[in-house]
Design a protein around this ligand. Structure first.
Ligand SMILES: [Zn+2]
Length: 138
């Protein structure tokens, strides 16, 4: 085993998790602490921020904007919010302007859902397969 892989294994063993997972978690905790110390509340609902339901988002969506890079890195465009409030906004489209943007967000969500759960058509197919099998077994 090469040394890089060895040290990776060692870190994983001692942390009890992947190093990437651990450092990601640490970064999130740091950002959460900074946000709370600076007196930030949820950008969406105004309640106290929670580490277990914490997200960093862009106030003005950078994607498909006139200046994506500028908006993406603009510190003043960053807001802290509950993950749940952020998600609710993204599916409901509270601040989204056009039906076109809403459709795009919905599409993105459906795609993400399919990546995690498989295509809805597949689960239906599996269900029918099961039912078909049950009939044959009788
Ligand atoms: Zn909230």
């Amino acid at each position: 085993m090469d040394t890089v892989k060895k040290s990776k294994e060692k870190r994983k063993k001692q942390l009890g998790m992947d190093y990437g997972t651990a450092s990601g978690r640490l970064r999130k905790m740091l950002m959460f602490n900074f946000a709370v110390d600076a007196g930030h509340k949820c950008y969406r609902c105004g309640e106290d921020l929670k580490l277990t339901d914490f997200s960093v988002e862009h106030k003005v969506p950078w994607l498909n904007s006139e200046s994506p890079v500028k908006l993406f890195f603009d510190i003043n465009n960053i807001a802290y919010s509950h993950q749940s409030c952020n998600s609710a906004h993204n599916t409901g489209g509270g601040l989204l302007k056009t039906p076109e943007e809403k459709r795009q967000v919905k599409k993105d969500w459906e795609r993400r859902w399919r990546e995690e759960h498989g295509h809805p058509r597949n689960s239906g197919w599996r269900q029918r397969q099961k039912e078909g099998k049950a009939v044959r077994d009788v």
